[in-house]
Write a protein that binds this ligand. Structure first.
Ligand code: HSE
Length: 442
């Protein structure tokens, strides 16, 4: 067990001195008096784990702080009460958290990938050791959604939850929309400004949003929804033409993570991350740049909307420090938000049964009978059209005989849409791969 050095102090070890770790060091200094006023204790940083102790740092560490490359200097130090893990990744972070909990230390982490993909044993260990494992910063940076679901909305049954959970993707989509850029140009701009990583795949391929969605499902519904059961589609293949056509139809395309409870034939959940057309009169359509937002429907509170910074040094450190202050107040562990921390498995709607409205865009020849044949394929699967447009003026120069044909459907199942697309492919009419996107139906 950690030996609490003094009840007026909470001694911490910090793993990671990147953007979030440096933000925490600065915030601990900036809000030192407030921390003491709110918790009655001082939070003292003792040791910082880094990859390379010789690397120059822009953050000013107190002289008493020791830098180390050895995780045992955090986990085995009896004076350290709590560990903050902001190194990310699945290996060292997992060992560090497991060893810290095992040694009786409380843990604060921002590691959504670890908690989504391998969180269960850590929650079990925290439960067994009766330690606090808090993770507000792991979902949507500064937005206090984890505690909101665990506490402020604890009296509600959550019916549905959706959100913009990845700031990098939202920045790229906002730039594509506002400046009519193609994906590669907008990604490069995001990288030049430091929003997107050199390897941006976790963000743009939807996995970062899916990790956060996985944690939100656990908090909102009290079940384990396996990360690999979440359907994921990123924004890498989005074309400027579809962003433009969507805007003309009254929508913005956003990368939306969504979970819904379906009651028929049996109560089950369905979750996915998809580029989605969001009507311009929805608040989510107006979330711009690197911001995040979450909208949820609760059975007593009604619809709620949260908006804020999903990344960055101080915004993310704000959530990390709030968790540390809860540890300093010696709050009772409430790690999953449920009395039984060992949550049951989710009942998941069978693949293909989830329903949505769709935007389907094909490049086809502009001649008689084409629309009839394509609409026939949709009708064969019982899919009803809501709106059909053909944009002759949007004809690409290289293929002047082909035009974009857009079909907006009423709600249909994934399975029916998949079959209709197979029928259309068999007609050999489309000139390019068919673009199929979900349309948000509020
Ligand atoms: N890379 C994430 C984003 C922030 O772009 O939103 C940290 O999860």
């Amino acid at each position: 067990m950690a030996q609490h050095t003094s009840s007026s102090q909470l001694v911490i070890g910090l793993a990671g001195l990147g953007t979030v770790g440096s933000g925490l060091v600065n915030l601990l200094h900036m809000n030192k008096e407030l921390i003491a006023q709110r918790t009655g204790r001082n939070i003292i940083l003792k040791t910082v784990l880094v990859h390379n102790i010789n690397k120059p740092r822009s953050v000013q560490l107190p002289a008493s702080v020791k830098l180390t490359q050895d995780i045992h200097e955090l986990t085995d130090d009896p004076e350290i009460d709590a560990i903050v893990e902001v190194i990310g990744g699945l290996t060292t972070a997992k060992d560090l958290i497991a060893q810290a909990l095992d040694k009786g230390k409380d843990v604060v982490t921002a590691n959504k990938a670890l908690l989504a993909e391998a969180g269960l044993p850590l929650f079990e260990l925290a439960h067994k050791r009766q330690r606090i494992l808090r993770y507000e910063a792991s979902v949507a940076g500064a937005i206090p959604i984890v505690q909101t679901l665990k506490e402020s909305l604890a009296s509600n049954k959550i019916k549905a939850l959706l959100g913009i959970l990845n700031g990098t993707s939202n920045y790229i989509l906002s730039e594509m929309t506002a400046k009519n850029l193609d994906f590669a140009t907008a990604l490069k701009a995001a990288q030049d400004l430091g929003f997107a990583e050199a390897d941006p795949s976790l963000d743009i391929d939807g996995f970062d949003a899916a990790h956060k969605l996985c944690l939100l499902i656990r908090l909102a519904f009290g079940v384990q929804y396996p990360f690999n059961a979440i359907q994921v589609q990123g924004i890498r293949d989005l074309q400027a033409l579809d962003i433009r056509l969507a805007s003309e139809l009254g929508y913005h395309i956003k990368l939306i993570g969504q979970v819904q409870e379906i009651n028929e034939p049996t109560p089950s959940l369905t979750a996915g991350v998809f580029p989605t057309l969001v009507p311009l009169d929805c608040l989510l359509a107006r979330v711009e740049g690197s911001f995040n937002a979450i909208q949820l429907h609760a059975n007593a509170a009604g619809t709620l909307f949260f908006h804020g910074r999903g990344a960055g040094d101080l915004p993310t450190a704000s959530s990390v420090l709030a968790d540390l202050m809860a540890v300093a107040r010696k709050e009772t562990p409430n790690n999953t938000g449920y009395f039984q921390d060992l949550l049951p498995k989710a009942t998941i709607l069978p693949q293909g049964a989830a329903t949505s409205c769709y935007y389907v865009r094909l490049m086809v020849q502009d001649c008689p009978g084409i629309l009839r044949d394509i609409a026939g394929c949709m009708a064969e699967e019982g899919i009803s059209m809501r709106q059909v447009i053909q944009r002759v003026d949007a004809m690409p120069v290289k293929a002047p005989s082909h035009v974009p044909l857009v079909l907006m459907t009423h709600e249909t199942s994934e399975q029916a849409m998949q079959k209709a697309l197979e029928h259309i492919q068999a007609l050999k009419l489309p000139h390019e791969p068919i673009v199929t996107l979900r349309v948000f139906n509020s």
